[in-house]
Design a protein around this ligand. Structure first.
Ligand SMILES: Cc1ncc(COP(=O)(O)O)c(C=O)c1O
Length: 425
């Protein structure tokens, strides 16, 4: 199986100054120091375009949908525009885009609907590398007698054990649920090829792209997956979730819904009144990325091309920071880095790094950094199977450093210097 690739290809250097100027919260100071937001994997900061769109919703479009008056029509138009933006983001049709509360809630609802059609003995494949939100909703179907088979990892580099995966996909497999990228150690999985394996076995493919979305462009047509989920608050938007579903799949399964709600796509999957103001923000987040893409590549005419240009620049920028940070981290005594560290294999990972230093509890390190204005995350970040498998769960898990496109070389260097100081104490 070949290795996956993010948007490789050269781009002019990311216009970091313009990017940072779009994010007002990056100016925050903590204890007299500039805040360094290395907590992106738990939720990114938001550009002013998103804040303005949310405010504008309340000023001009605050009504429920499908009413016969101006604000309701404005709301309908805003939701339609956001759906169009997400269709460009996923590379699908508008009626294949579903909005929801967050990835976890969407996945539980979808699993429940799919579970209606499954029988005892049917199998679903999940992985040890995944966030629990791509495990627990499928495991909930064990109540019906569905058999869950969990694919192991290769411990040395925290990649999926693809031989194990091939063994676990059988003629009984109905669905394969795999993450696009690990929110703990940054590994990118070869999801296009896994989709092919799933389809060859007659199974559906469900991809959790929550962690991948800020780092690489998603193309559901090229992947040919049946479902893919991601959460806009991880790619510079508001706290919501979004689902792509192949039209025939969204029609095939029956969601739990109220009788008067439309049965057409995508409405049948959008239970109750949506957080409409945040849907407005989702459209603006995608448009922010497209604006970045057009700045990076003036020849990008349509929104999809602009998004690809934004991700090319993002990828290049993040890889530079990743290389510099990993080199600095590996020079710190007693530091253990989980996952791929060889620059020649950076195309197999994104810029999310998990470490431990000696026996120190990661919370202690996160606090040390937090006091210096450097925001990182500690614990298992709900990648519970992985922290258990790597034997760190009982010791407080990992410390996670997340680099996204608004982070800088200075921030990477500051983090490494602070960890060096921590390790010297
Ligand atoms: C890889 C991954 N999957 C799923 C989730 C859950 O997403 P949500 O918070 O939208 O339910 C997260 C959240 O951290 C995640 O990182």
């Amino acid at each position: 199986m070949s290795t996956p690739a993010l948007q490789e290809g050269t781009s002019k250097p990311l216009d970091s100054a313009w990017v940072r100027a779009q994010f007002p919260s990056l100016k925050l100071q903590v204890n007299g120091q500039a805040a360094a937001f290395l907590d992106g994997p738990a939720g990114t900061q938001v550009p002013r375009q998103v804040m303005e769109a949310i405010q504008n919703y309340f000023l001009t479009a605050n009504a429920n949908t499908c009413g016969a008056f101006a604000t309701s029509r404005a709301n309908d138009a805003t939701i339609a525009a956001a759906r169009g933006a997400m269709a460009d983001f996923f590379h699908c049709d508008k009626d294949e885009v579903v909005f929801g509360q967050n990835m976890t809630t969407i996945t539980f609802a979808l699993a429940r609907a799919i579970g209606r059609e499954l029988k005892a003995g049917d199998e679903i494949v999940v992985t040890t590398l995944d966030h629990d939100a791509n495990v627990a909703p499928w495991r909930a179907l064990e109540e019906k007698g569905v058999v869950i088979r969990q694919v192991d990892i290769r411990e040395a580099d925290c990649t999926l054990d693809l031989d194990d995966l091939m063994r676990k996909i059988t003629s009984k497999t109905k669905l394969v649920a795999v993450g696009y990228a690990s929110n703990a150690v940054g590994t990118i999985n070869p999801v296009a090829e896994i989709t092919k394996l799933a389809h060859d076995a007659g199974a559906m493919m469900f991809i959790d792209a929550v962690h991948y979305a800020p780092h690489g462009a998603i193309d559901v047509r090229a992947l040919d997956c049946d479902f893919l989920v991601c959460s806009p608050y991880k790619f510079f938007g508001p706290h919501m979730g979004t689902l792509y579903g192949k039209r025939e799949r969204l029609l095939q399964f029956k969601p739990y819904k109220v009788r008067p709600a439309p049965d057409a796509l995508p409405d049948r999957w959008e239970t109750g009144t949506q957080v409409q103001e945040l849907i407005a923000g989702i459209g603006a987040a995608v448009d922010y990325l497209a604006e970045l893409g057009r700045r990076q590549d003036a020849s990008a005419k349509d929104r999809r091309s602009a998004l690809l240009a934004a991700y090319r620049a993002t990828r290049q920028h993040e890889t530079t920071l990743l290389g510099r940070m990993i080199e600095g981290l590996l020079a710190i005594p007693k530091l253990r880095l989980f996952g791929i560290s060889d620059p020649k294999r950076f195309h197999e990972r994104c810029s999310t790094i998990s470490i431990r230093i000696g026996d120190h509890n990661p919370t202690e390190i996160a606090k040390f950094l937090g006091d210096r204005g450097i925001f990182t995350w500690d614990g298992n970040y709900y990648a519970l199977n992985l922290s258990e498998r790597l034997g760190v769960e009982q010791q407080g898990g990992f410390l996670r450093i997340g680099l996204v496109h608004y982070n800088t070389v200075e921030e990477a260097d500051r983090l490494v210097a602070a960890l060096r100081e921590f390790a010297r104490r």
